[in-house]
Design a binder for this molecule. Sequence first.
Ligand SMILES: Cc1ncc(C[n+]2csc(CCOP(=O)(O)OP(=O)(O)O)c2C)c(N)n1
Ligand SMILES: [Mg+2]
Length: 615
Amino acid sequence: MATVRLTVAQALVKNLSAQFVEVDGQELPLFAGVWAIFGHGNVAGLGEALHAARDTLPTYRAHNEQGMTHAAIAYAKAQGRRRMMACTSSVGPGAVNMVTAAALAHVNRLPVLLLPGDIFATRAPDPVLQQVEQPGDFTVSANDCFRPVSRFWDRVTRPEQLMPSLRRAIQVLTDPVDCGPVTLCLPQDVQAEAYDFPLSFFAKTVRRARRPEPDRDELAAALTALRGASKPLIVAGGGVHYSGACAALADFAARRGIPVAETQAGKGALAWDHPCNVGSIGVTGSSAANALAEEADVVLAVGTRLADFTTASWSVFGNPAGRLVGLNVAAFDAVKGDALPLVADAARGLAGLDVGLGDWAAPTAWRALAQERMTLWNRVVDAATADAGLDLPTDAQVLGAVNRAAGEDGVVVCAAGGLPGELHKLWRTARPGGYHLEYGFSCMGYEIAGGLGVKMACPDREIFVMVGDGSYMMMNSELAVSVMMKRKLVVVLLDNRGYGCINRLQNACGGAPFNNLLRDAHFETDVLPTVDFAAHLRALGAVTEQVTGVAALSDALERAKASPVTYAIVITTDPLPSTKEGGAWWDVPVPEVSTRPEVTAARARYVAAKARQRR
Ligand SMILES: Cc1ncc(C[n+]2csc(CCOP(=O)(O)OP(=O)(O)O)c2C)c(N)n1
Ligand SMILES: [Mg+2]
């Protein structure tokens, strides 16, 4: 057997460099690069190997391990999970800084290869700097924190373990069902250890996405349900995008006359003005989609996790005789809500349904009702997003200006705060990929680092990162990387002086204004200090302006678009208003007893709403 003597780190890098994927008939490297922050746990081993391979597998330097992992995850999402990145950290703090991002990737079913350094396999110098010592179990290290947030986890304690471990890692990362974060922990001594690896371990491998066909009996049952429907509704989730099924779904819905509602991950599957698009569904949905979901007798859920924001905590599908059909590549998701499962790739499942449905189409009255409701909803969107000439505009008015500036090709990136709800309701997406919301984990601090990853995946599209002051404060450092790497972002920072959406939620639950807006938090200065966001953004390297009002914002956005480099606009907004129209209940338990009458009243509203929840 032909072998080559390499260190474990060198073999790992060589194997990653040999992985390719076929995307639209083109062979491309599966791994677009490696994000790295070095320390003693990875600089000598993996660092040396990455340096040698830097021409084929580029290494990028970041400022925060969580941030760089957000960028890697956003890259994979924007690539429709077909291409991805790896992230390496030192042992200890660098490693556990990636745990939150691993959870984010896990919830969103997005691939990322995490390569944290680990404590010595030999245990010779124990405890090494930053080692968490567990007196009762010497096999435990800080990296065990990754176990519950990884789809596959392993620790390579001997060189030959790398081979089966990496094979499984790549399989999980490229599997449509298992897809998610993979953690391979690399003890720092093992990284540097040499072994005679078989040459076959480094043979070029080209992967293609697996597309499972529907099962015959499941397809027959789903067809029976659909043919019997007089009020069908499709809910499109992220799986529609990952399966590359957006055009097929748009065509299927148009020919069958089925209204389509979109989840956060699914938004943009259909153009906003497609005749079947009835807007978003659920807690942050359009009045059109939610009213249709109330009446629908068959809901075909395609590629969705059916999270509580989609199902309005299982209160939105109101028809007692209604039936869910779950078209999903994962059986785990396909049966949620007691759905009739149709386990298949979204595109293949839709194709199967299309053939089986013959000339069946939804009754014209149902289609007409959907379009009527959507006409009304479009008026709501127009009104909410129009410039009202306020010095302290709403989030909706700001997003209207950004949406107009973004045009058909721009991509909006967001994750947490009040913006995701407003964007879900109001943003108009012209084509797939134009709406990038991380709303599985809704992780504050994803926005800027995520925007960087999206820009790396879509260099020809203008990226509009919309971020609240709270999210910005939590993590902003990768902005400097976007400047350094010339990956241009347009950042719109909405400063409403605090956690506006949680303040509104607190209020809705009867709570006193407390610890959310800065003015309601503990401070000991005579006057509440303000943060000079424009100065901060400028210090990180962005061209920056501060504007007042939406008209000035629109002008600034034109300058931002013309800029070749990262450009940030800060605008002060009103923390109190949000779009009242549309939306649905969200299950947030209110205290059963309280001395506050507002809480008692909110509790009564909660109990009444809870009674409508499906069990
Ligand atoms: C890491 C993290 N911590 C806490 C939360 C809970 N949370 C959701 S939104 C939010 C406030 C966000 O504030 P900001 O970015 O200013 O947006 P705003 O609510 O003002 O629109 C908080 C604390 C979260 N989603 N993520
Ligand atoms: Mg805020």
